[in-house]
Design a protein around this ligand. Sequence first.
Ligand SMILES: N=CN[C@@H](CCC(=O)O)C(=O)O
Ligand SMILES: [Zn+2]
Length: 410
Amino acid sequence: MTELTTIVHDASEIVVGPGTDEPLERYENAAIAVTDGRVTAVGPTNEITDEYPVENATHAINADGKSVIPGFVDSHTHALFAGDRSDEFAAKLGGEQYQDILAEGGGILRTVRAVRERSDDELLVNVLFHLDTMFAHGTTTVEIKSGYGLDTETELRMLDVIRRADESHPMDVVPTFMGAHAVPEETDADTYTDRVIDEQLPAVADQGVAEFCDVFCEEDVFSVEQSRRVLEAGLEHGLTPKIHAEEFVRLGGAQLAAEVGATSADHLLHANEDDRAALTEAGVTPVLLPGTAFSLEADYADARAFFDDGGSVAVATDFNPNCYSQSMGFAIALACVGMGMTPAEALIAGTHSGARALDRTDKAGMLREGMPADMAIVDAPSHVHVPYNFGVNTVETVLKGGEPVHRGQR
Ligand SMILES: N=CN[C@@H](CCC(=O)O)C(=O)O
Ligand SMILES: [Zn+2]
């Protein structure tokens, strides 16, 4: 018989995941038992503790007055970077535009210069620091993109650092290659697209260091045709497409995502009804990033319209030097207040739907029997407190595979 390792008991609430007849499957006065890193049983405390006595557990956690939720799945970040762009934040508040800053060699291009100057070990220290912060805020799976190298050597270095971060930190880290994140200063978009396809992608595939291939499909960055070439070449190398689409203007990236069978289309601030229909029909997960709209003072994506059309969305942080928040709790609060989602919809968007955007619904985002026991204990009686208590980290304890890996204080 395998040994029970962890039991969390007497929780006010345990959220399992999406319900069949209601938005959330959840139990009140609940407990969850974990064996060998996976959920063995979840349900009312008396039933669970009868079967799995608390005294047999390696870790017994009394969650009286607290809510247990699946660990957040942050499905869109650029969390590996160097340098400081806080001055750009201040300049944007003063009226400067993100795209003008980029066109003048700032923004992404400034971060590229900073990353190229740093050693691998310095980059690793940076990303591990951010992973610690994310962990403390309840994230247990995170996607990280390359894209601040924009040459083969630095893109490979970034992906190798992302791999090392995954190996050395309890967080699950999902690597995405994003060589087509911006056009380097010394070249033009067509020439650079060829370089991404002919030089970077084969090297990335050869090293086996990325799962997804992403592109910034945007006016004055990569056109729909250039984006299509990158994503189709990625597919030939075994990388699943993702796309930054309809962020500043409606260019056609959402339709492209549907055509190439992307796992997700992200941002979508300017997506329209046809785009929503195409994404839903093609099974592409829309990933909405309300922190980006917040920091750009832009209009939020129309999350309600996706639900009204019968679809659903994922919500992620987009943590990067332009959108400086590692907190899924804050993204969820913005999803509720800025995009009109219910707390239950936003919680699913930041957990199960995030896992869908990363092709891992069998590995993350739910606390169903057999799933990895990745969970956050919220120091409040229900999941509603995550957005309700906005601006504050409500997560107290984080368990990865049932192991208490973070115990915070509020
Ligand atoms: N929009 C493109 N890429 C990032 C921003 C990266 C940056 O500004 O450094 C995003 O998703 O928001
Ligand atoms: Zn992004």
